[in-house]
Design a protein around this ligand. Structure first.
Ligand code: ADP
Ligand code: ZN
Ligand code: ZN
Length: 736
């Protein structure tokens, strides 16, 4: 380690909104901290935990003003050069302060400056002293079971053993250790034979075989593959086989999944296949477990890391492949603070490391599809369902001809009855939770609405409440109209509570499971409902997009979409893309085994060209058509956007702020830059704050990137800077 030489200055990223690193003097008694180590520093009046990003020989700050480091927290860098460079890039690209960006993805204990010597995770294995198999002398059942498990799994942690046996095992393990039958080894050193599968792979069908052979024969290095495969076509099987290749080469694999998909079933599918250490970052982890997983990934002892968005920043010593499942999913884009796209960061990371990245989806985003069609990504297709499953038939049901109750038409009711009597399951999709989106006074037209957002309250029944879905404000349901005192208040429109309630009345002999954010909030609720569904008994599921994604429900043979129309006439240019993805994904839940599936789509607009195209020709051709429209309309992915949003307590301030900004930006803007706005945001007022936006558009990303620092300076020096909160969203997907 280098000794301190007096001219060195340590650059530190601290969690502060200021867009720069800060210089500190190393302390003469300690070795110089390397980039990637955490340090404690004085910052204003506080002490903060920061991360060393570099060392340099001089500082802009006069030497006598530089403060010394308070403490060095890590002897070895916590983040390696590569990960630091990734953070640096993301901080630049998304115009977000490096110190804060670094904070968002570190486990809590590390952010808070606690020490992090990895309590080397211990695993148990059979002692190598020639005791083959399970000795007869062992009398205790628990002891026998433990030895049998270790014989077949090679190495297991205490926790895994106790989970497999559903009982505590610590005492038994200690006894076995004393007797010399088992030994504890560091997990990274455990003889886990990752090359050997726990469960045999499926035999690839013709299309899978083609995709796999392309993946396997591509030269090493950075490649981005887009696996466009219809729902149930066996994409996951391809991930699993490719992951296995990597494990046999001693590489680690990072698998990103959308927020909703990281269910026990997903993790199960991976654990069943591999003899490997799998770390899954899900919301149910304690801080301690999260830290442990992070450290295991970092030192290479975890073989597979599965996680949602923020897992893209996990340190991985031997990363060899990144898989992004359901790559089109909006949850990959963070919508507040550090507004990064995990998909794009993952692609950048793979590029830096010269490794492949595999994106998969039945409904690829138009961005990725465009990259694939223009040759930047390699396109792989699966057009058939795997195994014995068939593609479901999709029919539109014209609501103009039908009587409905709680959103269910008579024809749909008859189909539900028929399906249940065949002892199959029904899935009803309605992307709105609560009982009804509007509470209206029949006599004077008053509508219960949230003053802070100027939007109607949603009526909920369990518990009875008016709730604003935009700011979470809640209030009791009035018994009479506050404006005219009439008792004639009526719930208008549909929510999952209303439709599921009606179905429960109609089908008292069958379970009706409502699956949305409200009904699954309590821990274990979703798991319980999933257990019912997977038990295979005939039942009705009513749910929001939580149900649409990724789930494999083999007994569902009827899927109904109650209302397909909301996305058809939206002003948002991404609405049709999203509608197409959602409908296709929901439809994909039908007929995923050998029972035939059908999908009914209720609509008042069966002749709408977008719906027609989607249903007659499928998402692939629908999306290609949308791409043409985007090209003609000069919309992403053919151009790039940066959105500046301004928010303030008074209505005129955000617009004034943005007008000043737009004027300054145009003064010496490159010719390719176009500005749209300033204009009030479509969602004008949210939680009491007024909003406006300015959109910057250019044909190339680089044009916008070059403007980044100018833009940030202008935001900071705006004359209304103190009264207006401004934020920049690079590659925005939310234009509300
Ligand atoms: P996707 O990820 O595209 O939705 P999955 O990989 O989940 O598809 O596969 C859907 C179903 O088909 C699963 O039950 C899976 O076990 C089965 N399956 C996949 N590939 C094959 C294959 N080659 N032979 C038989 N069954 C397969
Ligand atoms: Zn009234
Ligand atoms: Zn509100």
């Amino acid at each position: 380690m280098k000794r301190v030489s007096p001219q060195f200055v340590v650059q530190v990223a601290v969690p502060s909104p200021l867009r720069r690193t800060f210089d500190y003097l190393p302390s003469p008694e300690h070795p110089l901290p390397q980039p990637g180590c955490r340090v404690k520093v004085s910052f204003g009046r506080q002490q903060l935990t920061g991360l060393v990003t570099g060392l340099c020989s001089e500082s802009d700050v006069p030497a006598e003003k530089l403060r010394p480091l308070v403490a060095i927290l890590d002897e070895e860098p916590l983040l390696d050069e590569h990960l630091l460079a990734l953070y640096r890039w993301a901080s630049n690209y998304y115009l977000f302060p490096l110190g804060l960006a670094l904070q968002t993805a570190l486990p809590k204990q590390l952010r808070e400056g606690l020490t992090c010597t990895l309590a080397a995770p211990m695993a148990w294995q059979l002692a190598k002293t020639g005791n083959d198999g399970v000795p007869h002398k062992v009398r205790s059942d628990t002891h026998q079971q433990i030895l049998a498990l270790l014989a077949s799994y090679q190495a297991l942690t205490t926790k895994e053993l106790s989970a497999l046996l559903s009982k505590p095992v610590s005492t038994a393990l200690r006894t076995l250790q004393k007797k010399g039958w088992v030994e504890a080894v560091a997990l990274s050193a455990a003889a886990v034979t990752t090359a050997q599968l726990a469960e045999p792979p499926l035999i690839p069908d013709a299309e899978q075989a083609v995709a796999l052979s392309v993946l396997r024969t591509t030269k090493p290095g950075f490649h981005c593959f887009l696996l466009e495969g219809i729902t149930g076509s066996g994409k996951t099987e391809i991930y699993l086989q490719l992951i296995h290749d990597m494990l046999t080469r001693g590489k680690q694999v990072l698998v990103l999944v959308p927020e909703i998909n990281l269910t026990p079933q997903t993790i199960d599918r991976f654990s069943r296949r591999f003899n490997a250490r799998i770390v899954a970052f899900h919301s149910g982890l304690t801080d301690k477990q999260r830290l442990q997983g992070w450290l295991e990934a970092r030192d290479g002892s975890a073989h597979i890391v599965i996680g949602t968005r923020s897992a893209v920043f996990t340190p991985l010593a031997k990363l060899g492949l990144i898989v992004i499942d359901e790559e089109h999913d909006d949850s990959y884009k963070q919508q507040d603070g550090f507004r990064y796209s995990a998909r794009d960061v993952a692609i950048y990371r793979a590029n830096m490391l010269k490794i492949p990245v595999l994106l998969g989806s039945a409904t690829p985003s138009l961005e990725s599809l465009h990259s694939a069609l223009s040759g930047r990504f390699q396109l792989l297709s699966l057009t058939q369902r795997a195994g014995n499953a068939n593609v479901p038939t999709i029919r539109m049901l014209d609501l103009k001809m039908q009587k409905t109750q709680a959103g269910i038409s008579e024809l749909l009711l008859a189909e539900i009855t028929a399906t249940l009597s065949k002892r199959e399951q029904v899935l009803i999709f309605l992307n709105r939770r609560g009982f009804a989106p509007v509470l209206l006074c029949r006599d004077c037209g008053w509508i219960a609405h949230c003053d802070r957002c100027e939007r109607s309250y949603t009526l909920h029944q369990h518990p009875a409440q008016l709730r604003c879905h935009h700011c979470d404000a809640q209030r009791p349901v009035p018994r009479q109209c506050p404006a005219c005192r009439s008792p004639a208040l009526e719930a208008m429109g549909l929510g999952t509570e209303r439709s599921s309630g009606y179905l429960a009345e109609q089908f008292p002999d069958f379970p009706v499971l409502r699956i949305d954010r409200d009904s699954t909030r309590a821990a274990g609720k979703l798991d319980n409902m999933m257990a019912t569904i997977h038990s295979g008994i005939p039942c009705i599921l009513v749910g929001t997009q939580m149900l649409a994604k990724g789930h494999h429900f083999p007994r569902v043979s009827l899927v109904a979409v109650l209302d397909a129309d909301s996305g058809l006439f939206s002003a948002d240019f991404r609405a049709q893309e999203n509608l197409g993805q959602l409908l296709t994904q929901v439809a994909g839940r039908a007929g995923r085994s050998d029972i035939h599936g059908q999908v009914l789509v209720q609509t008042y607009h069966p002749n709408h060209p977008a719906l027609q195209q989607l249903i007659a020709h499928g998402y692939g051709s629908f999306a290609r058509q949308l791409l043409q429209e985007r090209q003609q309309g000069h919309l992403p992915p053919y151009v790039h956007f940066m959105l500046v949003r301004a928010e303030a307590g008074q209505p005129h301030l955000p617009l004034d702020f943005l007008r000043e900004l737009a004027g300054q930006l145009l003064q010496d803007a490159p010719r390719e830059l176009k500005l749209f706005g300033p204009m009030p945001s479509p969602f004008l007022k949210k939680a009491g704050v007024f909003r406006a936006q300015l959109v910057l558009q250019a044909p190339k990303r680089s044009t916008l990137q070059k403007l980044g620092s100018t833009l940030q300076n202008l935001l900071e020096t705006n004359s209304l800077n103190r009264k207006v909160r401004a934020l920049v969203d690079v590659d925005p997907i939310d234009f509300s």
